[in-house]
Design a protein around this ligand. Sequence first.
Ligand SMILES: [Zn+2]
Length: 291
Amino acid sequence: MKSNCIKTVLVAVASMISLSSFSQDLIARQAPIDKKLKSVDSLALHRQIKAEQAEFPAFDLYPNWSNTNVHNYANATVPESYTIDMTGFCMPTTQTRITSPFGPRRRRMHNGLDVKVYVGDTIRSAFDGKVRIVRTERRGYGQYVVIRHDNGLETVYGHLSKQLVKEDQLVKAGEVIGLGGNTGRSTGSHLHFETRFLGIPINPALLFDFPKQDIVADAYTFKKGKTNVRTAAGTYVAAGKDGVIRYHKVRSGDTLSKIANQRGISIDALCKLNRITRRTILRPGQVLRCS
Ligand SMILES: [Zn+2]
């Protein structure tokens, strides 16, 4: 019994020693292979990451992927500041004439830039990305395409005569996505081009110089507006040369005092900014400048 017991213990100890030396040996022998594997792995990994990035552009910024709404990011966390890499761009059209700038129009906000194009003109994706929406809005964008890019931007191409991409399709910068047209709410063929960051429209003229057919700079830093808490669906930010201009989209039930209160501005200042009086009747959908 005793000897048996000792034997077992000895065997156990021996096997432990041999196991540990064996595994150490294994580790030692594996090290250089591991190194080799690592370099192969990092290449494969890099490729994998790139492929995944293409599959989910700007995944860290956007909370969802939807094929329906152009701006549905009420719940998104908007960073205080975000630098958008503009390199690797392609001008959406070779046309250079701006027919309508970004900014508030008489009763509504113009969230994009209008560039004169002719029916059948080639329209190209501004960056690499993934097509999010290919739809038709008879009273709005007409036939339009929305693409999400890995630099954090989403681009919108409106009033097309033909859409040449499908939803969820991966595209490269410069890839043809449609043809210029005059569909939707449009008088005269043109490209309505929007650049949005988490649904917030940025003046495309701050990013793209259509007359010069170039980008304004290699990078654009988006800065969150101080009072721009994106809880109200009608809150817009437009970064101008002199900082941020804020707008309020009137909803039913809104009054001048309510808006003034909400936006931290006096009623008089609000009236002056919008060239209206205290008696002006507000219409839902109307856009008021608040700063
Ligand atoms: Zn437009």
